[in-house]
Each structure stands twice: as C-alpha cells, then as structure tokens.
Design a protein around this ligand. Sequence first.
Ligand code: NAD
Length: 393
Amino acid sequence: MPGFADIGAAVIGTGFIGTVHVEQLRRIGVDVRGVLGSTPDRGAARATALSVTRAYESLDEILADPAVQVVHVTSPNHLHVPQASAILAAGKHVVCEKPLAMTAAESRGLAEQAGASGLVNAVNFNIRFYPLHQHVRERVAAGDFGEVRFATGHYFQDWLLHDTDWNWRLEPDKGGALRAVGDIGSHWLDLMAFVTGQPIVSVMADLATFVTSRQQPTGPVETFSTERSANTVTRPMGTEDVATLLLRFASGARGSVAVSQISAGRKNSLQWEIDGSDAAAWWDSETPDHLWLGHRDRPNELLLRNPALMGDAGRAAAALPGGHVEGFGDTFGALFRAIYADVLEGRPRPNPPYADFAAGHDEMLVNDAVATSASEGRWVDVERTGVLTEMTR
Ligand SMILES: NC(=O)c1ccc[n+]([C@@H]2O[C@H](COP(=O)([O-])OP(=O)(O)OC[C@H]3O[C@@H](n4cnc5c(N)ncnc54)[C@H](O)[C@@H]3O)[C@@H](O)[C@H]2O)c1
C-alpha cells in the first residue's frame, strides 16, 4: 500500500518557516525532493544546510518535476497567490502559508480555483493542530460547554518593539495592508472560528501604529533576527503595531482579542478563553499541553494532553505520550499528517480538520472587515458572498 514515503514534496522559501516545513515533512516520512530560495545561490546554500538533494532554480522547474506531487508555499505573503495558483494549474496539491493572500479579492479567485481543481489545498493554520485544540473543538461540538457565549484572548509578540527591528512584513507591498492582524491575529481568528464552530460575522476594530518610522537595513534580514545593521535608511510606518478587536459570532456569541507585536517580554504568547453556559476552557501557548476547564459548581480541572484522555480528533493530532510536551514544531507534523492523508487519497475530504483555501479565504474576509472597520470607525459585517466557505457550507 502506498504511504507518505511515496509522495514527493518541494518547499518554496527557505527562511524561518520553510525550514520547519522541511523538517516536519521528513518527520512524517514524506520525500522532500528539493527547495526553492529567493535566488539560486541562496537556495543552493539552504539545500546544503538542510541536506536536501535539489535546489530548484525556479517555480517552473518544480512544476515540471514529475517526482513532486505537493508544493509548500512559505514565501512572503505577496507571493502566495501567484505561486499557489500556478501550482494548482500544474495539477499539483498545494500547502500555503498564512495569510492566504494580500486581500480577500485575491483569495476569492484562488479559493474558487482550488475548489474546482479537485486537488488537496491547505492553509498552514498550524495552531489548530495543537492536539488540545482538536480535542476542545470536538468537546464544544458535543455540547460539553453548553452554548458558547464569549471568546476572548490575545496574541502578543515583542520582536518589532524597537525602531531598529526590521522585516519584510513591515512593507505593505510584501506583507499586506494589515500587519499584526494579518501576521498573527489571523491565527487567533481562524482558531476561534474553528474551536467554536462559529464564523465571525461582524467586527469593530481599533488599530494603532506607535513606531511611526523604522530603520531599514540596506541588506537582507532573517525573521526574528536580533542583529542590528550599521547601514540603514529611515522608513515611515503605516501598518499597525497593535489591534483591539470586538467580535460577533454567527451564534450571537461575543468576543474580543488584543494583538500586538510590541509587547516587551512576550515572545510568542497566544491565549484564548471560551465561556459557555455550562463550563469554560482556557489555553496558553506557553503551556501548550495544559487545558484549563472551568466549572461553576465543582472544582476546576486541568487536562494534560494525553492521547488516552482525548477523543479521536485530539488523539489523531498527538504524536507523543502524555507528559512529553508537544509544541510549535509538532503542530506542523500533526497538520501535515492530516493533509497528506488526503494527498494519498488524491483528493480533499469534505470538511477537513485543516484549513482549506475556502477557510483561508474566509479568514481573509474577516481581515478585510477589520481594515474597513478601523478606517471607518464603525462595526462592519463580514461579507460572505460567492465562494462557499468552510464556515458557510
Ligand atoms: N504558520 C506559522 O506559524 C508561520 C510562522 C512564520 C511565518 N509564517 C508565514 O510563512 C511565510 C514566510 O515567513 P518567514 O517568517 O519564514 O519569512 P522569512 O523571511 O524567514 O522567509 C521567507 C523566505 O522566502 C524566500 N523568498 C523570497 N522571495 C522568494 C521567491 N520569489 N521565490 C522563492 N522564495 C522566495 C526568502 O528567501 C526566504 O527564504 C509568511 O507568509 C508568513 O506569514 C507562518
């Protein structure tokens, strides 16, 4: 019987997250045929460092390689749509990093193309694949928490605190018009819609830019790098350092999330709480194997991730026994196992546990509503017309 080792993959982008893709594909046994960097030299250097046999010189070379059935897109955001679209057009399955596109107008066409292709298409919302997230979603759907009324939380980082911190994400033509929301808020928004099973239907957003100009190094910069360049030029900043969002879900539940990339000491802190009519749940990315369960009339509980104590969905995402903490990198392995199960079948299953392009487009619609709300200072409904999204089908 064919297995993951019979599937060939290629990875576009060899930076922070492209490296994680290569490592985690290998962990589940997929044959990583090669990588594509921003230049042939850089691609070749990274291929050597990662012990990957081939450094492709162009996307066309990947598309022409019959040994590659799946292509992962881990390039900066502005390249996602053209690259993913070309991959689908060449008849190959595609895994694309988040956010799916620069705008919902862009992601709409891509989601339609993916839906019509019959090929596996996935957006890398890996945070869904902490096993406790798969588990809690199942328990919410089973009614353990009663009616979910309130979903709150934050996503804070500090790596863009100083005006000397620089990355392509700060350039709207590469990262998009929304920055903190598009880059990290998108994970939280996708996750809460996934866990609650409820689409976000309306938003009220306040965005603020505190670091109004930054020093751009004249050479390239690695993501999360703390090195300072001596040669810089001053650039004005327009995209948000922080965002405060009020949310309404389709069920009538309310929510709020604070997003920041300038919170000193918070390296990568995502937290959420859902409060239902019967019980509550709370999770913190810094203790990812812990799920707090809140009760009114009996003692609270702390569920330590353990395949023996989770339902089918949580168990499927878990790779290690209880007590052996699974973290950020492991979520990619769990997500890829789910995606590649569909690749083996040659087509996507209905309602996959991973975000498909329809779900990625749905998240882009929420982002667009956030941008409109912030600029117009009012509540804005998420406009779901046309594409059948995960949340509306
Ligand atoms: N899911 C997650 O948790 C997560 C985490 C980090 C980044 N991301 C996403 O991954 C993407 C990349 O982010 P990153 O932090 O790895 O950035 P990065 O700057 O570290 O890496 C980007 C890579 O893309 C390459 N690249 C640039 N132009 C290219 C081109 N034309 N063709 C091929 N490669 C090209 C660069 O050389 C670099 O290797 C972004 O879309 C980001 O939002 C997702």
